[in-house]
Design a protein around this ligand. Sequence first.
Ligand code: G3P
Length: 224
Amino acid sequence: MEFFIDTASIEEIRAAQSWGILDGVTTNPTHVAKEGREHKDLIQEICSICPGPVSVEPTVADAQGMIREGEEFATWAPNVVVKVPITPEGVRALRALRAKGIRCNVTLVFSLAQALIAAKAGGTYVSPFVGRLDDAGADGMELVRDICDAYRHYGFETKVLAASLRHPVHVIQSALVGCHVATMPFRVMEQLFNHPMTDIGLEKFLADARRLKSELEIRRAARG
Ligand code: G3P
């Protein structure tokens, strides 16, 4: 399963990239607004740090506007993927962008019906929003599982990208249902490392290494 980071923070992307486990980045207008920088400069810097796919979301909702912005985004860097919402306008934009060889990530997906449209229209990625479904009292992972199952029946090539993930269990469950990509906040990626037994074990190994080092130093000093 690929790991994408869901952020537009250069600091977070650099840190995740330094771990060697970062496969791509997803941004959205909320993330971009937090950075307070020119969209193009920010995306180009992100694309230069992470060579994997970087999803960039248009700032308008009509097909013509999304096509115009999407075509421009695609000139910013070769690894740009254009996000389109799962609306009739979004799918029109997807068809036009795809015909020009521009990859699209179909976003704001909350049902299997929407995910089927995303695949039939030729989305490179489909993004079910797990955490937001959970927030609404539904089971977000159930949707991810259903999409993976339905896509397998028909051999759709669209990759399932679990989005709006809030904690490590979402990532683990995404892997267990055979999802292709999990995009997560930096905090969740950091949490994936954590296990108390790792901390306890490391502390003990380091303490033993320190003790041996000081014993050897004492012996060396005693020998003169
Ligand atoms: O970028 C789309 C999605 O991952 C947003 O997540 O946490 O705002 O629901 P969230």
